[in-house]
Design a binder for this molecule. Sequence first.
Ligand SMILES: Nc1nc2c(c(=O)[nH]1)N[C@H]1C(S)=C(S)[C@@H](COP(=O)(O)OP(=O)(O)OC[C@H]3O[C@@H](n4cnc5c(=O)[nH]c(N)nc54)[C@H](O)[C@@H]3O)O[C@H]1N2
Ligand SMILES: Nc1nc2c(c(=O)[nH]1)N[C@H]1C(S)=C(S)[C@@H](COP(=O)(O)OP(=O)(O)OC[C@H]3O[C@@H](n4cnc5c(=O)[nH]c(N)nc54)[C@H](O)[C@@H]3O)O[C@H]1N2
Ligand code: SF4
Ligand SMILES: [Mo]
Length: 692
Amino acid sequence: MSEARREVATHCPYCALQCGTLLGRDGAGAAVRPDPGFPVNQGGLCQKGWTAPTLLTVPDRLRTPLVRGADGAFTPADWDGALDTVAERLRRIRQRYGPDAVAVFGGGGLTNEKAYLLGKFARLALGTSQIDYNGRFCMSSAAAAGTAAFGVDRGLPFPVADLGRADTVLLAGANPAETMPPLMRHLGRAELVVVDPRRTPTAERAALHLQPVPGTDLALALGLLHLAVVEGHRDPRYVRDRTTGFEAAWQYAMTWWPERVERVTGVPVEAQRTAVRMLADAARAYVLTGRGAEQHSKGTDTVAAFINLALALGLPGREGSGYGCLTGQGNGQGGRELGQKADQLPGYRLIADPAARRHIAAVWGVDAECLPGPGRSAYRLLDALGTPGGPRALLVFGSNPVVSAPRAAHVAQRLAALDLLVVADFVPSETVALADVVLPVTQWAEEDGTMTNLEGRVLRRRRLLDPPEGVRGDLDVLHGLAVRLGEPPERYPTAPREVFEELRRATRGGRADYCGISYERLDAGEELHWPCPAPGHPGTPRMFLDRFAHQDGRARFAAVDHRESADAVGDRYPLYGTTGRVLAHYQSGAQTRRVPELGAAAPQMYVEVHPDTAARAGLAEGELAAVSSARGRTVARVRLVATMRTDTVFLPFHYPGTGRANLITGDALDPRSEMPEFKVSAVRIEPHPGPA
Ligand SMILES: Nc1nc2c(c(=O)[nH]1)N[C@H]1C(S)=C(S)[C@@H](COP(=O)(O)OP(=O)(O)OC[C@H]3O[C@@H](n4cnc5c(=O)[nH]c(N)nc54)[C@H](O)[C@@H]3O)O[C@H]1N2
Ligand SMILES: Nc1nc2c(c(=O)[nH]1)N[C@H]1C(S)=C(S)[C@@H](COP(=O)(O)OP(=O)(O)OC[C@H]3O[C@@H](n4cnc5c(=O)[nH]c(N)nc54)[C@H](O)[C@@H]3O)O[C@H]1N2
Ligand code: SF4
Ligand SMILES: [Mo]
């Protein structure tokens, strides 16, 4: 790295907006400023983005491999020693129990190159089917519904900047004012319809806020479709020429007349009517979903119902209108199409599809027969750890499931039951604390690679700094392990560019085709959205303008009906407990809790409660409450919020220990996406007698 290069154009390490930043040296560390030329953030950054460099030099950064000794304590090790230990123990476990006894858990924050190599490493070097990743907890319901409707799933099938010309945008279960603040710059012109049980900062900016009972969006979306049809807003030409399946979908929506919807959701009939009119009267309108609508045991059907509404109004695939899902993690999009998902191979290919297997096997230089089949999805995988017939070893790259997985106390027990837990991370997360071997890896500013943002735009992450001594890149770690497991070294390149060149070939002809994208084109400043099937191809910022990706070119309505959440509120647990995010913290908080400014902005676990609900429970502002469900309890400070529904409490999931929101969440999964029900638990709130 030349010292002369004082500033590089790169992207924020956190969320899927991937704000453009200029990263420069600042003493021993680095400083960022927004890249004014990048159209997605238009010169904006949130608090997390501004403070991201702090984590590069945080005092407890992992700087040496650690191996747990017989006494239970971590001992620093050199890299050769640590990798030898891991390889030797993996080999023994595999010999004794077979290849599926070793599992891999990846992350949507990994670069495309890392996600691709991790999937290849699992299938070839380990020969295991047992790989999945935290994106299962994030995007999977929208991905399943989007694929079924459109034939392919790209978070936003249009550039973010298109939202800037919208007249109406419906946001179902998304709070971008806190989760993607610079996105709000594009939503300044539009009238917003926000569907959220809480009056969030996003809802404050809305022309219309619908405040449903948690877990009832499916009924609401069916009701909005009902009204759109009976009030004559359906676009009959579009429905006839560009879609199939309306009649079957209508059989359900027909029965969701507005009064019935009001009874189930609590959203007044008049507000339903206004929402439909605002969408139907707009020349340009968008329907967007976030985790609030998706993280349910009926998340896939809920997204499908919102897509049905968008299709009836003729929005998807029309310039200036559409449906999209707001992707979450930095590489939430790329992470889900490059082969770290249990049922997928690179290019969004299905691992059970013989043609897909042949194509990938040829790129990898192996026989298709030696590729394993589909494995367990994320929660099922975690739940099976250390059980008879389940994995005995787990390698974690880019997730902190002790805090972020549902039913977290149970998941921590499963992790503790393993023969071997290996975690690659750059900070001592709560999952690192349970590991047998810890591998310290590089961070964004110390590495090259690519990320794919929420609009399918492929971006360059660029290296400015040399990693601290003792720290290696994830690609080096995978290479080192693979070679020790007897793989040919050239099969696991350590240079990101080389991995990308292979990844291009692997995705060729797949649904997410990166074949025409190269570091050269990206570095020359080209704006490239996949699919980009050839080197001369301009990429595809707007999808579906002529046809959808199904063979007949048509989008599919889905025949879906409402159903209850898995957890029923009742005498014992009378309230809806829902969970989500706050501005200052990111995910499990492993990173942002270490940044002093962010820690100070949101220092400790709290629960948002309506004053009447709190009073009934004998609780006042600032007091400690125990929030319990059938799974367990979490301890949180009461924050009185007058705009809350009286039947609902809200818990952020960024905090560790006894304040983990996931101590109360359960293991109900969506039958199609296997998304956990993070957004609805039946809970009770009461004073917590002791210290937190
Ligand atoms: N500050 C911050 N930003 C982030 C992240 C972060 O951790 N912190 N994470 C990134 C990632 S990975 C993701 S996935 C995105 C998520 O971004 P969002 O989807 O915006 O985030 P959430 O807070 O999980 O959920 C959004 C809203 O859903 C509401 N909600 C809860 N239950 C329901 C329900 O039943 N129906 C409806 N309609 N709404 C409901 C919550 O009140 C919440 O305001 O954010 C990304 N950006
Ligand atoms: N109750 C509740 N639970 C939730 C949610 C919710 O809304 N409510 N949301 C869910 C969602 S949408 C998500 S996305 C998950 C996220 O939850 P997690 O998967 O736990 O995500 P992070 O906290 O980002 O954890 C990433 C870890 O990997 C490390 N890391 C970051 N980049 C890299 C890298 O390049 N290489 C390696 N080796 N390590 C890296 C970080 O330091 C951190 O420790 O949480 C889910 N859990
Ligand atoms: S909005 Fe997302 S990408 Fe942009 S600065 Fe904040 S965390 Fe980073
Ligand atoms: Mo996410």
